[in-house]
Write a protein that binds this ligand. Structure first.
Ligand code: SF4
Length: 486
């Protein structure tokens, strides 16, 4: 059985979509590509079970749509699997129809969609498209294997798969995130064309870089806006053992010559797990061979933890600040105090790490002064030198999240056209105008451009890799300014 896991081209004058492995969809003027780790795990698992698998990220390959259709016609796969997200789901309905139309008397591909949007609203996609199957929940790998085995051997379907039977839409029950992640094979990097993602990513300072995932997805998993809590509810958190993750890092260093690794778990594990992992990095000497990056929550780690992480080879730490207003943090169920923000980034920086913060604007309950307060805090942290980089995004209530539910209850949504949920403009009614939000966001990016910032960067240059990194990072900032232009 031949399976193609694909990201079809999405031609748009908005830019290049950042779709795979992304919690908040965005079109980028200066494309960045994130390794879609869970779909890559699915490709690997199917391959291990003797399915013929083709990895086809036509977005990262820069293909035109016609080339993609020709490729599918030539390969004639039994199954085409696509990851989708709210702003492009209707595009995927159209593409599904066009893929089906390629079929003939001897060949008709089955189409499978997966992702947070179809997990939240499966009936909608079954009703509005010709899709054959939906995978709900975030374990794309084990779910897809179950579906293929079902089609090949008529074994029972794992829970969480939607299908059609006798003209009716049915499903195999509510998905469950069970299974031992340590038992899964390490991602087959060659099969999934890892080089496509090893350089065009602004986060990597050392090249080539790649991604791993120690956990699915975040041990907190309860923030009301977080789209991936739809795929991975916090109470069903799954984590690999430190040894298993270390073994994969060893393989990446020794087999692929990787110099930087981003762990893309929603939040990296903490406590005893983190200490054991860091000790392992030091004992195995990996801390001298590779730099690590990860997502972390503020308000959890003490100075000793940050110091140990730095010693273990961590460099770039992404931290969600979200808002400088306590009432907003509480509404978001962020479980964070404003004062923990400053303490956290200060400690991380003191340990020698490179903190990156994300802030969000466009909350329906925040007024201009509240938004300004957040922007001012971000600027202050940046000016103090406690954060190295920052990112501002417009908060989007994706279906399936508690925030979306609140929008429905309070009549906050200005639109239900899914293509507008792409972070270019607010989709919730706000007390600030769209123009004010755009200006504030641009102002934040412009605050980078200070003489002391450039001086700090120049002083931190240690070699050619650093110069190349700052060149790429500079282009990304200019790109972000363009992304938020009216
Ligand atoms: S801490 Fe981050 S990954 Fe975890 S639920 Fe909140 S936003 Fe999502």
């Amino acid at each position: 059985m031949k399976v193609i896991i694909s990201y079809p081209p999405l031609d748009s004058d908005k830019g290049t979509p950042l779709l795979g492995q992304n919690r908040q969809f965005q079109w980028f003027s200066d494309p960045t590509y994130i390794y879609p780790i869970v779909p890559a795990a699915a490709a690997t698992l199917l391959h291990r079970h003797n399915y013929q698998v083709i990895w086809n990220d036509a977005i990262a390959l820069g293909w035109k749509y016609n080339k993609f259709l020709e490729f599918i016609s030539l390969e004639r796969p039994d199954i085409i699997v696509m990851e989708t997200k709210t702003p492009v789901v209707s595009e995927h309905w159209r593409i599904t129809k066009e893929l089906k139309a390629l079929g003939d008397d001897n060949w008709q591909p089955k189409i499978v969609l997966m992702g947070d949007h179809v997990t939240a609203l499966p009936k909608e996609t079954m009703a509005n498209s010709e899709v054959d199957y939906l995978i709900t929940g975030g374990n794309y790998d084990t779910s897809l294997l179950s579906l293929c085995e079902h089609l090949k051997k008529d074994t029972p379907l794992a829970p969480g798969i939607w299908y059609r039977e006798d003209g009716k839409v049915k499903n195999s029950g509510q998905f469950r995130l069970t299974g031992d992640l340590d038992k899964l094979p390490f991602i087959d990097r060659e099969l999934t064309n890892w080089r496509l993602y090893s350089e065009k990513n602004g986060n990597f300072r050392r090249l080539p870089g790649t991604y791993i995932m120690a956990a699915r997805d975040c041990w907190w998993g309860r923030c009301s806006f977080c789209s991936w809590t739809t795929l991975y509810p916090g109470e069903e958190w799954q984590v690999r053992s430190p040894k298993n993750v270390l073994d994969e890092i060893g393989e990446l260093i020794n087999k692929y010559g990787v110099k930087e690794i981003m762990d893309d778990s929603g939040t990296f594990p903490v406590g005893k797990w983190l200490r054991e992992f860091c000790q392992g990095m030091i004992e195995r000497g990996y801390n001298k061979q590779v730099q690590l990056d990860c997502n972390m929550r503020l308000g959890v780690l003490k100075q000793d933890d940050w110091n140990l992480m730095a010693k273990a080879g961590f460099r770039f730490i992404l931290l969600g600040l979200e808002s400088a207003n306590q009432s907003t943090l509480d509404r978001l169920n962020k479980n964070l105090k404003v004062e923990q923000i400053t303490d956290g980034v200060r400690m991380a920086k003191k340990a020698g790490l490179s903190p990156h913060i994300t802030v969000m604007v466009g909350y329906p309950w925040e007024n201009m002064a509240d938004t300004q307060n957040t922007i001012e805090l971000a600027k202050k942290l940046f000016k103090k030198g406690w954060v190295d980089t920052l990112q501002a995004t417009i908060v989007i209530p994706y279906p399936g999240t508690p925030l979306y539910q609140q929008c429905e209850e309070n009549g906050w949504l200005k639109t239900k056209k899914w293509e507008e949920f792409d972070m270019r403009a607010p989709v919730m009614s706000t007390k600030t105008t769209d123009e004010e939000i755009r200006q504030l966001t641009q102002e934040l990016y412009r605050s980078f451009v200070t003489p002391s910032f450039f001086l700090r960067k120049v002083l931190s240059i240690r070699g050619l890799d650093d110069i190349k990194f700052f060149w790429r990072a500079g282009r990304a900032v200019v790109g972000h300014l363009t992304d938020f232009k009216a």
